[in-house]
Ligand binder design. Structure first.
Ligand SMILES: *Cc1c(COP(=O)(O)O)cnc(C)c1O
Length: 483
């Protein structure tokens, strides 16, 4: 038990010394607080602060009532903390370009302008301006999608998981869908192909083995109850070694011989061949359609570089059946998403300009030398402040990931700022710096690796360099002044 301090006043006396809510409401800084946050919010914060202090006094955690000045500071801190957005801005220095937990694709300014306009003004979302009557929201992007993929028809839903779910529900309800055992994937959290199938009412028929599936496995599995043959792009892992899979064109042929549609979940949808920009090969919807796929689904916020949405493209009759399913209405996208999607799809009409215009492609195609130049600019500006905390900073060659399951084994050569302790006694500071940066108004997120904080510069656009520097200087200062 903690011995009671002799000089300490009894709890009831301390509680009685606390200023009243009314007194604090009339205090000097209150006028400015009311102007900035409103009277209700100020009242709430005063109560929260007083309650916290009362609790501390009652549990003997506080020996004296705080001064007016410290009370004001506590109230101010509350007001500021509560006004800070929960969806905080982040500088993504994780080295993963399409980071699902950090919102995946960042969008081009032109696309953002289209979103802002759709949000701010009425727009012809489902209105046929030529005929002056009701239209269909999918038509805003259907022609573009058909043009870019070679498909007959297209529809848009909330994300690719929704696209796969809707496809199965509309076309394979109580019927069988045949999938290779090697493609029964799980993609972060709750998206597992077998679970999605079950929920969609589809009966999963697994064929082949984990590492090898042959044409005959599919041919033998197709029967009177078969609704679909499905291929899932194994986007977040690779099976290496003694493997075999059936090429898409062959699968399409097997399915079509029995009049069964062949569908492909592509995952990340890139609409152009990325090898033209020196990036690794990723299959495109156009290739899948050309190989005979009757339907292809893909995400819009992965390699495509657009908003969160899922696309289905393919045969007109199948798209029509999907659009008639009541779940299409449940899974539909809003106007802001459609505005973004249309805007980003238009950029794909001119592929040569993609590295300048689509931010995701811009980030993926950055050269290590441009990151090295950023490091060379930042290091001298930060060195001294970090040295004051017992930390050193240097440029280090690293490998970034594309992320979101795209091209899982490919790595892009990048440059990181590597911050480490000058000697073992300062090691904890590296961890604390990581936490301070993460807690900043604009959160800086890197990764800790072997007692070094790595800040991968691949996603650091020029307009964020100064913010990063200032945030780091502020964090270093806090690190130096707190024990
Ligand atoms: C990412 C992915 C999904 C899920 O897409 P969301 O747009 O995140 O819903 C489904 N299938 C594959 C193969 C994927 O890579």
């Amino acid at each position: 038990m903690k011995p009671q301090s002799v000089a300490r006043a009894p709890v009831s006396v301390l509680l009685a010394q606390l200023p009243s809510v009314d007194k604090l409401l009339l205090s000097d800084p209150a006028t400015a607080w009311v102007t900035q946050y409103g009277r209700d919010e100020l009242l709430r914060c005063i109560r929260l602060v007083l309650d916290a202090i009362r609790k501390k006094i009652s549990s003997n955690d506080l020996d004296a009532v705080p001064s007016d000045q410290s009370l004001h500071a506590l109230i101010d801190a509350r007001l500021v903390a509560r006004a800070r957005p929960n969806l905080r801005r982040v500088i993504n220095l994780t080295g993963t370009v399409l980071h699902t937990n950090l919102g995946r694709a960042v969008m081009p300014d032109e696309v953002i302008a289209a979103m802002a306009s759709a949000a701010a003004e009425p727009c012809a979302l489902e209105y046929d301006l030529g005929e002056g009557k009701r239209g269909d929201r999918d038509e805003l992007v259907e022609e573009l999608l058909c043009e870019l993929t070679g498909a007959e028809a297209a529809t848009v839903v909330n994300n690719n998981a929704a696209a796969v779910f809707l496809l199965l529900h509309a076309l394979s309800n109580r019927k069988e869908t045949i999938v290779s055992r090697g493609e029964l994937i799980e993609i972060g959290g709750a998206f597992r192909i077998p679970d999605i199938m079950k929920r969609a009412g589809a009966r999963l028929v697994e064929v082949g083995t984990t590492n090898r599936t042959h044409a005959r496995d599919f041919a033998e599995a197709i029967g009177p109850k078969t609704a679909l043959v499905m291929k899932v792009h194994t986007s977040n892992y690779v099976v290496q070694g003694f493997t075999a899979e059936v090429p898409e064109n062959e699968l399409a042929k097997i399915a079509h011989e029995r009049e069964v549609p062949f569908v492909v979940d592509l995952g990340s949808g890139t609409l152009v061949d990325l090898t033209q920009f020196g990036l690794p090969k990723e299959p495109t919807p156009a290739e899948a359609i050309a190989d005979g796929a009757d339907l292809v689904t893909f995400s819009c916020d992965k390699l495509l570089g657009g908003p969160q949405a899922g696309i289905l493209v393919g045969r007109k009759d199948l798209i029509q059946r999907i659009k008639k399913n009541p779940l299409k209405r449940v899974l539909r996208v809003g106007k802001v998403t459609l505005a973004a999607l249309e805007s980003v799809l238009r950029m794909y009409r001119n592929p040569a300009t993609l590295p300048e215009r689509v931010k995701v492609i811009q980030l993926l195609t950055r050269t290590a030398s441009s990151m090295q130049a950023q490091a060379d600019g930042l290091i001298p500006a930060l060195e001294e402040a970090l040295a004051g905390c017992g930390l050193s900073i240097a440029a280090q060659a690293v490998k970034s990931q594309i992320g979101s399951g795209s091209l899982p084994v490919e790595r892009l050569p990048s440059v990181a700022l590597a911050i480490s302790a000058v000697d073992r006694s300062y090691e904890k500071r590296v961890v604390r710096l990581e936490r301070l940066l993460r807690g900043s108004d604009i959160a800086v997120i890197g990764r800790l690796s072997d007692k070094t904080l790595l800040l991968d510069l691949r996603c650091l656009t020029e307009d964020k360099v100064t913010v990063l520097r200032d945030t780091m200087l502020a964090a270093a200062q806090r690190l130096a002044t707190t024990k």
